[in-house]
Design a protein around this ligand. Structure first.
Ligand SMILES: [Cu+2]
Length: 230
């Protein structure tokens, strides 16, 4: 392998790492609507999706009372035994709740989740992120039918924020994943949220700039190392 080929392949790896860092995405999951048929349906849409480490699951609530809690594959409709998350129960009278629940993905293992409201999980209100051939939503739902639901004691493992608000304002989120792109707010400004929506734009810019600078420093360092090793 020639000198230039080696260096270029190194640089390509660095560039790929850089791109994956700045393109952490927000995965929107609608709770209780399937889009076509409108709200008040016992579904998550999409109920099957993939996500990378650092991506953010963002649950948008419609119609009546629903929640989302993480579960283990082999214990449907009950909270995960270790880790996990719970949004608390959202009551939504408008078309869409002004608040969303955000969870930062920290593993590519399957993440099963369900609605804790009585009867909903048994009726199929469940979903999965990064399913495998062994752990499928079909199997989860089949096992769910004969269970009794339970819920965690309180909100944890994510943050309730106004839709469209800057992330990273809560101590429960991972700092390195705070540059996710947020959709524009449809009804931000609920008084019950702890996030600071009005000043989000300025904070977002600062966070973005800081992350970009850190990434550039990382790249320059890696280029230096690649040149030294070549
Ligand atoms: Cu529900």
């Amino acid at each position: 392998m020639s000198f230039s080929t080696f260096s270029l392949s190194k640089l390509a790896l660095v560039a790929a790492a850089f791109v994956s860092q700045v393109t952490a995405t927000t995965v929107r999951i609608d709770v209780s609507t399937d889009g076509d048929a409108g709200p008040t349906r016992l579904v998550f849409t999409p109920n099957t999706t993939t996500a990378a480490v650092g991506d953010v699951l963002e649950y948008h609530y419609h119609g009546a009372t629903h929640s989302v809690a993480m579960s283990d594959f082999d214990s449907p409709c009950n909270p995960a035994k270790t880790g996990g998350f719970f949004s608390g129960v959202f009551s939504t009278v408008a078309e869409e709740n002004p608040n969303v629940f955000r969870v930062t993905v920290n593993s590519t293992d399957p993440i099963f989740y369900y609605c804790t409201v009585a009867g909903h999980c048994q009726a199929g209100m469940a979903g999965v992120v990064n399913p495998t051939s062994d752990q499928t939503l079909v199997a989860y739902k089949a096992n769910a039918k004969s269970t009794t639901s339970s819920a965690p004691a309180g909100v944890f493992g994510g943050e309730v924020v106004a839709a469209g608000a800057d992330s990273g304002s809560s101590s429960s989120s991972t700092p390195s994943s705070s540059t996710t792109s947020a959709p524009s707010a449809s009804g931000a400004g609920s008084a019950t949220t702890t996030s600071s929506a009005p000043s989000a734009t300025e904070t977002e810019k600062k966070n973005g700039a800081a992350t970009l600078t850190a990434s550039l420093v990382t790249i320059l360092g890696a280029i230096g190392a690649a040149v030294l090793m070549a």
